[in-house]
Design a protein around this ligand. Structure first.
Ligand code: SF4
Ligand code: SF4
Length: 165
């Protein structure tokens, strides 16, 4: 590509963005609104259900303490540790469940794919920042809480890219 055609290409590319609405909004007053509940995996069908990969949700009444989520994470981020819980569930004889360190998690979703019991999914919650590393570690009790998450800014994805309404 010579200098002139490179210049024209740059102008052409830049001018396309002049007509695209800016992808910014007034966070935290405004928040993103997601479609669906977050990433899930259906082990019976062996298919993932598309969704945002934010903070996990753990269903204690389904978790067997099998550690498969933790094993799946071992080669990725070592973000999951199995910890004792003060609960008695008939399906979880050892009373152990995962806790997740969001200082290490890369939100790949492999732990969700590895769970055969519909006990671990992801949610739309992306507000996980903290002043300390310790507060990035979510216990099974914290992971059990369904996030109270309400967004008001919808993302629109079309052939011009992603914008918001
Ligand atoms: S989503 Fe996070 S916790 Fe789960 S396997 Fe990936 S890195 Fe590990
Ligand atoms: S969340 Fe799923 S994979 Fe992880 S220990 Fe519980 S049942 Fe096993």
């Amino acid at each position: 590509m010579n200098t002139a055609s490179g210049f024209i290409k740059a102008i052409e590319s830049g001018s396309k963005h002049l007509i695209i609405k800016r992808f910014t909004f007034r966070y935290p007053e405004q928040k993103l609104k997601f479609v669906g509940d977050g990433y899930q995996f259906d082990p019976k069908r062996g298919v993932g259900i598309a969704g945002y990969r934010g903070r996990h949700i753990l269903f204690h009444d389904k978790c067997t303490g099998c550690s498969l989520c933790s094993i799946a994470c071992e080669g990725i981020a070592e973000a999951i540790g199995m910890v004792k819980v003060d609960e008695n569930w008939k399906q979880n004889k050892k009373s152990i469940m995962p806790q997740i360190d969001y200082g290490k998690c890369v939100f790949c979703g492999l732990c969700v794919d590895a769970c055969p019991f519909y006990a671990l999914f992801m949610t739309d919650d992306y507000e996980l920042s903290s002043f300390t590393k310790e507060h990035l570690i979510y216990t099974p009790q914290q992971l059990e809480v369904k996030p109270k998450y309400q967004g008001d800014v919808e993302i629109i994805i079309d052939d011009r890219g992603a914008t918001h309404g």
